[in-house]
Design a protein around this ligand. Sequence first.
Ligand code: SAH
Length: 230
Amino acid sequence: MIGFIGAMQLELDGIQALMTEKQTETVSGIQYVSGRLGKNRIVTAVCGIGKVFAAICTQTMILRYSPTLIINTGVAGAISPLLSIGDVVVADKVVQHDMDTSPIGDPVGLISGINKIFFDTDKKTSDTLAESLARLNINTLRGTVATGDQFVSSTEKKTYLRDAFGAVSCEMEGGSIGHVCYVNSVPFAILRSISDKADEGATVDYPSFARTSAERYVNVIADFAENWRE
Ligand code: SAH
């Protein structure tokens, strides 16, 4: 069973349209749609915006569906100048950029207790996603994705996220999904197409491009599902 999580319905519309034998259940206000994608059993859920909804959804999906892998699909802002709208990021690792206990001596981004700043994504899954993207001729960048409860729309904040964490892209759920997967020992991957450049133009670009950018990875997921081996 592969789990797919998107923050918004438009981020899962394409994948859910490809599913067969669909069944739904709602837990804590989040709808889980399970069924088949080709030869794979999958479960999909629209979690809502931000880290708390993403965590609720990921933990519930793990407890009720026991996925062997969770993939977060969606749109994101570009930090790297190598990324244009419509390009796709496959995360190598995720970080929660708004986690900050640095005034009392910790490094910025440190999650106390487990004492980690970054969560690594599953390499085999990320490699397989990158192969699908290459087959479909979609410009792809691999790197760190920075997550926070904040829509980033300034050059100053972008520069901070690049300098502080080496981030290539920013969004609002991936770091939380990675955190929950880590504590449950579930492998995870992040696939995000660029809807905006997280700069002063992002407030115009995001509403214009979110839907078309989300459509960019639907064929990628279909190709991935064909080629995925447990
Ligand atoms: N009220 C809006 C909020 C959307 S927030 C709504 O419900 O539609 C933007 C979403 O897209 C988040 O899920 C986030 O993960 C992603 N995203 C795209 N561009 C982003 C950016 N520049 N900064 C942060 N998140 C971004």
